[in-house]
Structure formats: structure tokens, C-alpha cells
Design a protein around this ligand. Structure first.
Ligand SMILES: Cc1ncc(COP(=O)(O)O)c(C=O)c1O
Length: 480
């Protein structure tokens, strides 16, 4: 008897209860509170429970999941979870995650993960084709977009700073400078701080009236820095900025990076996977010219967290930045296998590719294209509704699925709370060009036109310009 395994009966029981949890979750989603009021007493009790000396058995674990964890979890998958950029998982995710946990492949080198390594490589090659990268590109799945960008910056340092691996940034040399826009995600600043570049060496370039990086201002900043004796090093353009979804002028930036000999990274965590759709080709085709790119399968490919992705156009540069010899690992020079420990900072890595690959097998890329195009259409529907409503004003053009607007005369923080409390929707705050407002981001494959209309309807009712605020708390009428 092994105290850490389940008996045959317990496995049966766990299986039955797991299916019941998953089924109940899916069926109850539409009726669930998007942002439940946390039961503080229960969570405090959870926190104060001492480490159990004796196990309580499978049923007790499931009971506590149902009693404490599920009711106190944000319903990320609810059709009107429209906050932040966070796609709800696709339907095969829980099953793929369960099998991946059982297999527990260590996706670091071939011997510990032969099939998993090939699956990861296959997913990366598919994604590279979507971006338009050549076959010489290589990549790695990461824990998310933030880390993909940080890992890309390491590649850029290794490639552009002579002696970087041996001497790091400790040599007495002029500061390196990285350029991004004022609309860039905070992960760029964070990576610069973590890597020792220093926030003072991050230039936040101004944007045009569509929130896109101003290339003339970028050129000027690079010139100014060169003149001041600094070392312009890397540009991080954004394909889908986090607040408004704007897409920087990628081709013009790529031209400038070529002329100035700078590394170009594209943060495509939010937007670049819209390249699955033909209608985004003109806007985003320049992604193919970047030296490296961040994608986020846990956003537009609806993988369960965590699944980010870094692709590097010249794959040898990725390996050069991360490969180290180690006498205690059994590596083999096999063209089929990839030792992912040589492509990123981690040694032990889980099998993230499995859920991405399984979903593409189960549903096909066409299903993802359709779902993403639907979110683009729904964002336009919301934008049109806002434009047509007195008292509501768009704060930025709607390029992708982020819809930013202000409600004249409203306290936006209170309005967000009201919408969440009434279970109309969970939306997020935004500041665009200094103006505070509300942001709906339709990154949700479950959202329908009826959901968008429900949100619009309530906004019309409670907008101070169109109606006096209602005192009662109407339950959100569920669209069918
Ligand atoms: C443009 C952009 N970059 C980076 C990130 C960070 O991605 P992650 O949360 O996967 O680290 C986000 C997240 O929303 C984003 O929108």
C-alpha cells in the first residue's frame, strides 16, 4: 500500500466527482456571478487551517473544492467576463491538463519528454508559420507573455552586446537603451528593471492620435541617445496594446531598426494571434520582420493558464542565449528532438504544449479563427452601440477587441462596481490620453451579441446623461 496513491475505488470516485465538477461548472457558468463576493470568513478559515497531519480522503478534498474554492473563484469563463485580456479556456483544456499532470513529462530534454518535445516543436512551427517566420526560426513556450518578452530581451542582449555571456552588463560601457511606446505593457519596464537595463534607460516614445508609436519621435530619440554617447539597442513594438488594442506601425519600425541596426522585438501577447485571420494581414504582416515576437496562446488560443510563447526569427540566436553544457544530462544530437532547456531559462518545465496542440487537434484552426473574428465583430458592435448612445464616448479607435469609453458625468470606479455587483459584466478601468474611462475587452469565445446588447442596455439605463441612476439592483436578465 502506497499512502500517496488512490485505491481503485478512490480513483473511480475521484473520476466521477471530477466529471461532476467540470460538468456543473460548464452548465452553471451563465448563471454564475462573474465576480463573486469572497466569503472572507471561509477564506480566513482556510488560511488558518494548520497543515493536516492526517489526510481526509478524496471526498473531503472534493467537498472543500466545491464548498470553498469554486464559490470564491472569479468566473473568468463567464460570457460577460470582459475585463483585461484573458481568454477563457477551450473545452478540451481540463482534460489535456489532467493527462499532462499524469504523464508529468519534464519538457527540458528529449529523454524525459520525447513525444512532448515533438508536440511543443510542432506547435511552435505552426505558430511560426502564422506569424510568417522562416523555417530557421525557433521558439519556446513560456509561462506567459511577460516572460516571453523578458526571455526575448536576453536573446537581444546576447546577440547585440559583445561578451554579454562572460561579462554580463558589468563592464564599464555606456548604458544600453530600449525603446517602446507610452502604450506598451508594463512587462517591458519590468523586464528592463529585472535585467539590469534600468528604467531610466527605457524610452517611452509618444504615440499618434490612434495610440500607435510615433516613428518620427522614435527616430529622434535614437539619434539623441547616440549623440549623448548612449547605446541604442532594442525596440519593443506592440501588436495590440493592452489598453486600446492599437498596433504600432510595424513595417516602418522594422525599416528604422534595420537602418539603425537595432534588435526589434514585437510584443504580440494580445494581438499577434489575430494573424490567424486573413483580415489582419495588412495591419500585422510586419510581425514577420521582427527579430523576435511574443505570442500568448493563453489569450487568443484560449489555452488554460499558463501558455505564452517566444519565437525568434533566427533560431540559432535563441539557442546561443540559453544553451549551457552539463555533464549530468543525457543529451543527444537528434534532428527530431529539441532540448528545450537550451532555449530558455528553465530546466524543469511542464507540458504546456499539450493543451494547445490538443485543442488544435480537437477543434481545428478554423474554429479559433471563427472565434477570434467573432470577438472582433462583437467589439465593433459594442463600439457602434456606444457611439450611438448620448453620454457615452469612445476614448480610442477600436482596432481589435478592446473598447474604451467614458460615461459622461459618471464615477467610473463606482460604475464598474455596480456593473459587477449586478452581474451585468466585469469590465476594467482604463486611462487613455489622461482621460479615465472603462474598458471592455471581448477576448471571450463564449460572448454573444445578446451579451453585448445586455451590457449596452444597462449602460444606457445608468448613464447619468440618459437616465437617472436606478436605486434597485436588477438581476442581469440572461440572454438565451
Ligand atoms: C500587450 C501585452 N503584453 C504583455 C502582456 C502580459 O502577458 P502575460 O499576462 O501573459 O504575462 C499582456 C497581458 O495582457 C498584454 O496585453
Amino acid at each position: 500500500m502506497n499512502e500517496l496513491l488512490l485505491t481503485d475505488e478512490e480513483r473511480d470516485r475521484a473520476g466521477t466527482r471530477l466529471l461532476a465538477v467540470l460538468d456543473g461548472y460548464e452548465r452553471g457558468l451563465r448563471r454564475a456571478q462573474v465576480l463573486p463576493e469572497p466569503d472572507r470568513a471561509k477564506l480566513t478559515e482556510l488560511l488558518n487551517t494548520p497543515m493536516p497531519e492526517q489526510g481526509r480522503g478524496v471526498d473531503a478534498v472534493f467537498d472543500s473544492w466545491e464548498d470553498t474554492i469554486l464559490p470564491n473563484s472569479t468566473a473568468i469563463a463567464h460570457p460577460r467576463f470582459l475585463a483585461y485580456v484573458l481568454g477563457p479556456p477551450h473545452g478540451i483544456a481540463p482534460y489535456a491538463e489532467a493527462v499532462a499532470a499524469a504523464l508529468n513529462q519534464n519538457c527540458n530534454f528529449w529523454q524525459l519528454s520525447p513525444a512532448a518535445g515533438v508536440v511543443e516543436r510542432s506547435v511552435l512551427e505552426w505558430l511560426a508559420r502564422v506569424v510568417g517566420y522562416p523555417s530557421a526560426s525557433k521558439g519556446i513556450l513560456t509561462r506567459g507573455g511577460s516572460l516571453a518578452t523578458l526571455q526575448a530581451m536576453v536573446v537581444a542582449l546576447n546577440d547585440r552586446v559583445p561578451g554579454f555571456r562572460e561579462s554580463g552588463l558589468q563592464r564599464d560601457a555606456a548604458p544600453l537603451v530600449v525603446y517602446t511606446s507610452v502604450e506598451a505593457h508594463r512587462s517591458v519596464d519590468k523586464a528592463a528593471a529585472i535585467l539590469g537595463i534600468g528604467l531610466g534607460n527605457v524610452r517611452h516614445i509618444s504615440t499618434d492620435d490612434q495610440r500607435r508609436m510615433d516613428v518620427q519621435a522614435l527616430r529622434q530619440a535614437i539619434g539623441d541617445d547616440r549623440e549623448a554617447g548612449l547605446r541604442p539597442w532594442c525596440v519593443i513594438a506592440t501588436c495590440g496594446t493592452v489598453s486600446t488594442g492599437s498596433v504600432d506601425p510595424l513595417d516602418a519600425i522594422a525599416d528604422l531598426c534595420e537602418t539603425e541596426d537595432l534588435w526589434l522585438h514585437v510584443d504580440g501577447a494580445y494581438g499577434a494571434l489575430f494573424l490567424l485571420s486573413e483580415r489582419m494581414r495588412d495591419l500585422m504582416g510586419g510581425c514577420a520582420r521582427a527579430d523576435s515576437i511574443t505570442l500568448d496562446p493563453h489569450k487568443l488560443l484560449f489555452a488554460s493558464l499558463e501558455a505564452g510563447c517566444l519565437l525568434v526569427r533566427d533560431g540559432t540566436k535563441l539557442r546561443d542565449a540559453y544553451a549551457f553544457d552539463s555533464s549530468y544530462l543525457t543529451v543527444a544530437d537528434d534532428p527530431l528532438m529539441t532540448d528545450y532547456m537550451d532555449y530558455g531559462p528553465q530546466l524543469s518545465r511542464n507540458f504546456k504544449a499539450f493543451k494547445v496542440w490538443s485543442a488544435l487537434q480537437a477543434f481545428g484552426v478554423e474554429a479559433f479563427r471563427t472565434a477570434n473574428e467573432r470577438t472582433l465583430d462583437l467589439a465593433q458592435r459594442l463600439a457602434r452601440g456606444i457611439e450611438a448612445t448620448p453620454g457615452l464616448t469612445l476614448l480610442a479607435p477600436v482596432t481589435l477587441t478592446a473598447v474604451c469609453f467614458e460615461v459622461a458625468g459618471a464615477d467610473h470606479t463606482e460604475l464598474l462596481k455596480t456593473l459587477a455587483a449586478e452581474n451585468v459584466a466585469l469590465l476594467g478601468p482604463v486611462v487613455v490620453a489622461g482621460k479615465r474611462g472603462i474598458r471592455a475587452c471581448v477576448t471571450n469565445h463564449r460572448t454573444t451579441a445578446a451579451d453585448i446588447d445586455l451590457v449596452l442596455g444597462r449602460l444606457r439605463q445608468i448613464s447619468p446623461r440618459t437616465a437617472p441612476p436606478r436605486r434597485t439592483r436588477p438581476a442581469a436578465a440572461e440572454p438565451r
